[in-house]
Design a protein around this ligand. Sequence first.
Ligand SMILES: CC(C)(COP(=O)(O)OP(=O)(O)OC[C@H]1O[C@@H](n2cnc3c(N)ncnc32)[C@H](O)[C@@H]1OP(=O)(O)O)[C@@H](O)C(=O)NCCC(=O)NCCS
Length: 91
Amino acid sequence: MAVLPKHQHKGIGSRLVEKGLEVCLSQGHQAVVVLGHPEFYPRFGFLSSTQYSITSEYDVPPEVFMVKELLQGALAGHAGIAKYHHLFNEL
Ligand SMILES: CC(C)(COP(=O)(O)OP(=O)(O)OC[C@H]1O[C@@H](n2cnc3c(N)ncnc32)[C@H](O)[C@@H]1OP(=O)(O)O)[C@@H](O)C(=O)NCCC(=O)NCCS
């Protein structure tokens, strides 16, 4: 996700995240993972992945890999590795 520098700090990034989470929930997804700034995503309810048994397929510091349950308890009893779309590897 990115907002052009001249448009940053106007709430656009927050609205994109909030809308994205809303759409994911409406499509029936129960949880979302993100690789991102650990100072930005917790404000939307993302927690460090260390609180779940979910890891990333990428070798990244645990604090930048975050998880948000869209339905409380959705990940209880689940463990695994988050796999990304192959296009993500080309970034
Ligand atoms: C992160 C980004 C999408 C935020 O978009 P935005 O439209 O500026 O976000 P908002 O205006 O809704 O929110 C701004 C808040 O995000 C915080 N923020 C922005 N970039 C941040 C960063 N790199 N680390 C931590 N916090 C950040 C700001 O401090 C601000 O906090 P405040 O509301 O307490 O002042 C934007 O800064 C961006 O495009 N950055 C470059 C690309 C990038 O790093 N993308 C994220 C990949 S996970």
